[in-house]
Design a protein around this ligand. Structure first.
Ligand code: NAD
Length: 296
């Protein structure tokens, strides 16, 4: 069993960390929040005073932080985890961050004598608790194989997406498609309402026709057709609109750097921006149907 440093004990990080403890690893945990550190200690981890302390003795360091700026602040510089860790430590960053930062950090890790993978997740808080997350992993082959057993302690599906940054690339491409397909699905259901077509009838037909997609058949944005979807519980997230907006912005930013045209991704970002600006950022992202019906 290994010594694992864990940095970022929020909604996702705390249950992921607990699954590493369950797998028998010794965890040294750090978060800026006192309450999060205390909860980690109660769960059986050693609470550390700084991120560098969590990394110093570790074989592997996992991070689950809000954005690229936080990950850079934690890892780089004299007080950062790259400087503090023993040479030859494996860094696994599971935060959703921009591709450019993920690639920069991978290079900095190697320059400091470490290995690194970017390993963002899908599956949400439920998946983090159940240990069923999907990990999309970017990094060199050896680093991926090294990371695999740790990822398997926290997730069910582990996919090697290619070299450094490709885990983040996979995540934002998937979520951009999801954001666009959800808006399309909501438009179809909102139009059906205006045309007097029953939502269940549209579902029965479109879910067996060429309009079929996950946003409809698993996560239907109107109550009824898919009883487990957030629409049936007043759009309690789920995956919040604010998080969808974050991922869409990352996709549009990456497309700008790469010279890729993402007109619908850009439009989706604008629509989610309106939803979040209208005060619905904490609702599930499928609640964008309110905006499309004209009543946010
Ligand atoms: P969160 O806000 O609940 O947790 C982030 C934690 O990081 C907080 O506890 C915060 O105190 C801590 N933190 C911030 N800066 C820090 C620093 N410098 N040092 C140490 N700790 C610091 O966020 P979350 O929902 O756990 O999400 C984490 C990441 O996972 C994000 O990148 C998010 O986009 C991604 N993600 C979240 C979900 C989800 O459903 N919540 C799903 C997929 C991916």
């Amino acid at each position: 069993m290994a010594s694992v440093g864990f940095i970022g004990l929020g909604n996702m990080g705390a249950p992921m960390m607990r699954n590493l403890l369950k797998a028998g690893h010794a965890v040294r945990a750090f978060d800026l929040s006192d309450a999060a550190r205390k909860a980690a200690a109660d769960a059986g981890a050693a609470a550390c005073a700084t991120a560098a302390d969590a990394a110093r003795e570790a074989d592997v360091v996992v991070s689950m932080l809000p954005a690229g700026s936080h990950v850079r602040a934690v890892m780089l510089g004299e007080a950062g985890t790259f400087a503090a860790a023993r040479k030859g430590t494996l860094f696994i960053d599971s935060s959703t961050i921009d591709v450019a930062t993920a690639r920069l950090l991978s290079g900095e890790a190697e320059a400091a004598g470490h290995a690194m993978v970017d390993a963002p997740v899908s599956g949400g808080v439920g998946g983090a608790e159940a240990g069923t997350l999907t990990f999309m992993v970017g990094g060199h082959d050896a680093a991926f194989e090294w990371a695999r057993p740790f990822l398997e302690a926290m997730g069910k599906t582990i996919v090697h997406a290619g070299g450094p940054g490709n885990g983040q690339a996979a995540k934002i491409c998937n979520n951009m498609l999801l954001g666009i397909s959800m808006i399309g699905t909501c438009e179809a259901f909102a139009l059906a309402e205006k045309l007097g077509l029953d939502a269940q009838k549209l579902f029965d037909i479109a879910s067996k026709s060429s309009g079929q997609c996950w946003s409809m058949t698993t996560y239907c944005p109107v109550p009824g057709p898919v009883p487990t979807s957030p629409a049936n519980r007043d759009y309690k997230a789920g995956f919040t609109a604010a998080m969808m907006l974050k991922d869409l912005k990352l996709a549009v930013e990456a497309a700008g750097v790469a010279g890729a045209a993402v007109p619908l991704g850009g439009e989706a970002a604008q629509l989610y921006s309106m939803m979040v600006g209208g005060g619905e950022g904490g609702l599930d992202f499928s609640a964008i149907i309110h905006l499309l019906r004209g009543r946010a």
